[in-house]
Design a binder for this molecule. Structure first.
Ligand code: GUN
Length: 304
């Protein structure tokens, strides 16, 4: 397999270029969408944004935009932060019943006062392109990922891990993997995906004792904690494959900021075998894989 997505850094680690890896997903999405449309099935994605959090607004617009660019039916529903739970539920019910919509995404976090779990559980699991409904989480946990919809960021991370390990002549099968973070959208599904590929998986979190010692065992490290540069270079096993899911804004002075991951990237370049940069790493895969999930939901709905 050509490893065009692995670039030299001039140091020890190879850089896992998310943009190049994502281009292959985007090309496949274009091909699959054209094939579905030719059969009279137009994928439809509805994105729901509640409130006016600026970061959520940016993410939601990028999702709506990529859906429209692919030729999907693309809807964006903006609700005020003060919306009643009953009105949010009513919108979800309407989208569940709409045959033109195959994917429903409620952007998280929801404003205070709304019950996220109730909203997410209300989404028809067949339209849950975030893969966060308990039915999809359960299918993944019971080894039926092929029938589930899988959350996009762990899905993208797993693709990068598999392709990188293969390019380095290594195997996920039997490898030691450490996932730092245990969220429903990232850490837990990530652990399930690694387990399904026969890695030995440790899920670490804020209460883990001796996190550096746990990370030092790992052939594969996935950091998803939201703590800027928390994982230090000297915590890493020599040659580890590192996927950095963190996107943290830190003050760069003069009213400016810069984005850093959960891993001290510069230090890691002298220890890791390969690492994703922030930005330009796994984040590039998320929206294309959301589109892939929507295409898959449309294909299943059409029995195609
Ligand atoms: N907020 C941050 N990441 C995500 C995501 O992947 N899905 C949803 N729905 N909300 C998010």
């Amino acid at each position: 397999m050509p490893a065009d997505f692995l670039r030299p850094s001039g140091r020890k680690a190879l850089i896992i270029d998310g943009k190049i890896a994502a281009a292959a997903v985007i090309a496949e999405n274009e091909r699959a969408t054209a094939a579905l449309i030719a059969r009279g099935v137009k994928p439809g994605l509805a994105v729901v944004l509640v409130g006016d959090d600026p970061a959520s607004g940016v993410y939601v617009r990028s999702k709506s935009k990529m859906a429209a660019a692919l030729g999907f039916t693309s809807q964006q529903h903006n609700l005020p932060a003060t919306v009643a739970q009953a009105d949010l539920n009513a919108l979800i019910d309407k989208l569940n019943a709409d045959p033109a919509i195959h994917g429903i995404l409620v952007q998280l976090p929801l404003p205070r006062g709304l019950d996220s779990a109730a909203a997410l559980e209300r989404i028809d699991p067949r339209k849950d392109v975030d893969g966060i409904h308990p039915v999809n989480a359960g299918l993944l946990a019971t080894g039926a990922a092929a029938r589930a919809l899988v959350p996009c960021t762990p899905f993208g991370s797993m693709k990068l891990i598999e392709r990188t390990m293969t390019a380095l002549g290594r195997k996920v099968d039997g490898a030691e993997a450490v996932v730092i973070g245990r969220s429903n959208l990232m850490g837990k599904p990530m652990a399930q995906l690694l387990l399904a590929q026969n890695a030995t998986v440790t899920v670490a979190h804020s209460r883990t004792r001796d996190l550096p010692g746990v990370v030092r065992r790992a052939d594969i490290v996935v950091a998803a904690v939201g703590q800027p540069e928390m994982v230090r270079g000297d915590w890493l096993k020599d040659g580890a494959v590192v996927i950095d899911v963190g996107i943290n804004r830190i003050d760069a002075g003069e009213g400016k900021y810069r984005l850093v991951g959960d891993v001290a990237y510069d230090e890691a370049l002298d220890r890791a075998g390969a690492i994703t940069p922030v930005p330009g790493g796994v984040g590039q895969m998320t929206v294309p894989l959301l589109m892939a999930n929507t295409i898959e939901a449309a294909r299943r709905a059409a029995g195609a």
